[in-house]
Design a protein around this ligand. Structure first.
Ligand code: DNO
Length: 360
């Protein structure tokens, strides 16, 4: 297992790499070029520079989160081949700096969604929360405006301006894409890029939909064990894998996380893990809490044990944390609570390893 930390790169993150290096057991960062418009090739010179900067702090960079997919690919438009070619060229450039995993998603128009980015908690911290009725009764532009006010000046991943500019029109375009068509658009993408993933030795790790159900009338399919199976069966290469995000899949109470982890990690189809906890407030309402099992509804011990017992040997990052100790920053991505999360995950891992010698 390699513990890594999401860092949004210079100019997009206020956390210095030097601080990340001081988190015990942290081997590297997961990053991206946020300012390259989706659909364009990531310039080799820029990613080389990014790698040098990160390596200069004694940290590795082997995982990219995310190389976003152009909407025309998701919609299955004729122009998709051009954008797929650009994607493949980006993969080639990333392979030249030693990238091993690309985390991406296939969520239409938007990426993740929350109803509040700054929900105050009783202990004086604040966090992101999701209230289903609120999301069902707000339009996406109003939600985007609210996010703009609550994000402390940061551009949120998944809510980038180039996505938002055309949001209403893009949502309209999905009216002609039913779920079957959407699945076949996914397959077309996979069959086009996975042979290159093999060639460049980069594992593709799709992120589940967050939340794992349809919102704003859009198809969202990476939501459950059965749909992950369906996704993996679309292309059987081991390079076609998933990012197991406990917060995304775990917000549907029917998803048995340890069972899902165990099934897919044993087949070596989980290449990256995002681990966070959440606390349910009702069936589909929750807030993101500290990582400890005792703070939330997910049992992090059973989750980490499922990873270990299934022979998982890839990248893990602590996912969203609360804002604590007066920190302000990118919602979900402060330094302190994620650093506490990483240390807790290391603690669980060490205890599991030392009590399981010979069992694995
Ligand atoms: C949210 C993140 C997502 C994730 C993408 C992967 O905090 O987990 O934005 O990076 O879905 O493409």
């Amino acid at each position: 297992m390699k513990m890594v930390f999401r860092w949004f790169a210079e100019g997009h993150d206020k956390i210095p790499l030097g601080y990340i290096r001081q988190i015990p057991g942290m081997t590297g960062v997961v990053t991206s070029l946020l300012d390259v418009p989706v659909g364009e090739v990531w310039p080799l010179e820029r990613i080389k520079k990014l790698k040098e900067e990160i390596n200069g702090y004694g940290l590795e960079v082997e995982v990219i989160e995310s190389v976003n997919i152009h909407e025309d690919i998701k919609l299955g438009e004729k122009s998709r081949d051009r954008y797929i070619q650009a994607y493949i060229n980006t993969m080639k450039n990333l392979s030249e700096i030693g990238i091993k995993v690309i985390c991406y998603n296939f969520m239409p128009v938007l990426d993740w969604a929350r109803s509040d980015l700054k929900r105050p908690l009783q202990d004086g911290s604040n966090t992101m929360s999701y209230h289903h009725d609120y999301i069902m009764n707000i339009n996406p532009q109003s939600l985007a405006e609210q996010f703009g006010k609550q994000s402390n000046g940061f551009e949120l991943p998944g809510w980038e301006p180039d996505r938002l500019r055309e949001m209403v029109l893009t949502i309209e375009r999905y009216k002609n894409v039913d779920e079957n068509q959407f699945w076949s658009n996914i397959k077309y993408f996979l069959d086009s890029v996975i042979p290159y993933a093999e060639k460049y030795d980069i594992k593709m790790a799709i992120h589940p939909d967050d939340p794992p159900w349809s919102i704003f009338g859009l198809p969202r399919v990476l939501t459950s064990r059965d749909n992950i199976r369906k996704f993996l069966d679309l292309n059987n290469s081991l390079y076609n894998g998933i990012t197991l995000c406990t917060g995304s899949l775990g917000s549907n109470r029917n998803n048995d996380l340890p069972a899902i982890i165990s099934e897919f990690a044993k087949e070596d189809r989980i290449h990256f893990a995002h681990i966070r906890n959440l606390r349910f407030e009702s069936e589909k309402d929750f807030y993101e809490c500290a990582h400890l099992s005792q703070c939330g509804s997910l049992d992090l011990f059973n989750i980490v044990k499922a990873f270990y017992d299934s022979g998982f040997d890839d990248y893990i990052r602590p996912d969203h944390g609360r804002m604590i100790w007066e920190e302000t920053g990118r919602p979900g991505y402060g330094l302190y609570d994620r650093a506490l999360g990483a240390t807790y995950l290391h603690g669980l891992w060490e205890a599991i390893v030392k009590t399981s010698i010979g069992d694995r």
